[in-house]
Design a binder for this molecule. Structure first.
Ligand SMILES: NC(=O)c1ccc[n+]([C@@H]2O[C@H](COP(=O)([O-])OP(=O)(O)OC[C@H]3O[C@@H](n4cnc5c(N)ncnc54)[C@H](OP(=O)(O)O)[C@@H]3O)[C@@H](O)[C@H]2O)c1
Length: 326
């Protein structure tokens, strides 16, 4: 089978599409013929790696795992002897982040625990957009203890134009929030088209200095320190960051919880991520079936152009999701 692999760290060019052995499912594994995959910022973070200190876990000099790709949707081809949940022909999707990755390949093989059934009527491409980014968006709008937004809350999505942002905007709108989206100049129309009530161009305006205050901020790519973002929070306000450059992330991780204890505002890094959490996936399926959340697909690339797809996302061109087709 054909699969995208990489043997060293670096930009998307380190990835090659090669012929590799097709795996046989053992134990509780299922073998899935991939029909669509999608690119995430996390794929690029893993290639870099970014932040640099993650080499401590991924392999100091070179990545231990050569496979890439997290979001996958496809059809079960074969099942291992201990698999009980699926049979050949079932249509399934998964977030393979914690299951060895490898979504950019003609087949994936992983424990059946990784997969859920694609709901009737959902396309493989739409299913492939959801596992990583939509689940992160939902969990970024909820604290570990379950606190979330209320109708009428003012919500700001910083980084509204990429993978997670368009889902976060639509989910917050579906919950009755008044939503402001932050993005670069050329993507503001796209962010408006998602249903935002207001947009901010981060190349001209620093939202932490406008005097506007929000009940909830989700930041997909932190560029501000938590000390600055506190100025943009109302009392009892929440700031959740998902990723970004090293310093804001370290501050959000180490200083955020301490400041939160001593004040009426919560600031910090999303540490309660439950990849492909079943209840959250079910909630997203309902929102999509109701038409209140629509996966936004920007472009499609065949597997043999996976490097181009990764470059397109890495260079910041994508508006929504980029799909790998088979
Ligand atoms: N915490 C966790 O448990 C967890 C788990 C998995 C993944 N993650 C992380 O979650 C993040 C998800 O992000 P994503 O996939 O949505 O990223 P993305 O698709 O790359 O989107 C990044 C967004 O940030 C904006 N942006 C870029 N430069 C900016 C700047 N200088 N100032 C303000 N905004 C800027 C972009 O706007 P323009 O495109 O308009 O420039 C875009 O809207 C990733 O970093 C991923 O690693 C976190």
């Amino acid at each position: 089978m054909k699969a995208a692999v990489r043997e060293r760290y670096g930009p998307p060019d380190v990835v090659e599409v090669r012929e590799v052995d097709r795996p046989d499912p053992s134990g509780d594994q299922v073998l899935v013929r991939v029909r669509a995959a999608s690119v995430n910022r996390a794929d690029l973070d893993g290639l870099g790696p970014r932040p640099g200190f993650t080499r401590l876990f991924l392999g100091l000099r070179a990545p231990r795992n050569h496979r890439i790709g997290i979001d996958v949707a496809g059809v079960v081809e074969a099942v291992g002897p201990a698999a009980t949940r699926f049979q050949p022909g079932d249509e399934v999707f998964a977030d393979l982040f914690a299951f060895g990755q490898g979504a950019f390949a003609e087949y994936v093989c992983a424990s059946e625990k990784a997969f859920e059934r694609i709901p009737p009527g959902m396309t493989f491409e739409d299913a492939a957009t959801l596992p990583h980014s939509a689940v992160l968006a939902l969990q970024g709008l909820r604290l570990r203890g379950g606190r979330t937004i209320k109708p009428g809350d003012k919500v700001l999505i910083d980084g509204a134009s990429g993978n997670v942002g368009p889902f976060a905007v639509q989910i917050a709108k579906s919950m009755g929030a008044e939503v402001t989206g932050v993005a670069s100049t050329e993507k503001l129309d796209f962010v408006r088209s998602l249903g935002t009530d207001a947009v901010i161009d981060y190349t001209n305006v620093d939202y932490t200095s406008t005097g506007n205050r929000y009940d909830w901020i989700v930041d997909t790519d932190s560029h501000h320190s938590i000390l600055r973002v506190r100025r943009a929070l109302r009392r009892q306000g929440v700031y959740v960051t998902l990723g970004g450059t090293s310093l804001p992330i370290l501050l959000a991780l180490l200083v955020g919880p301490l400041i939160s204890l001593a004040s009426d505002r919560w600031t910090g890094l999303l540490l309660w991520w439950k990849p492909f959490n079943r209840a959250d996936v079910a909630r997203l399926e309902q929102l999509i079936a109701a038409g209140t959340v629509k996966p936004v697909i920007d472009r499609r690339y065949p597997l043999h152009d996976v490097v181009e797809a990764l470059r397109y996302v890495d260079d910041g061109h994508a508006r929504g999701k980029v799909i790998i087709t088979f």
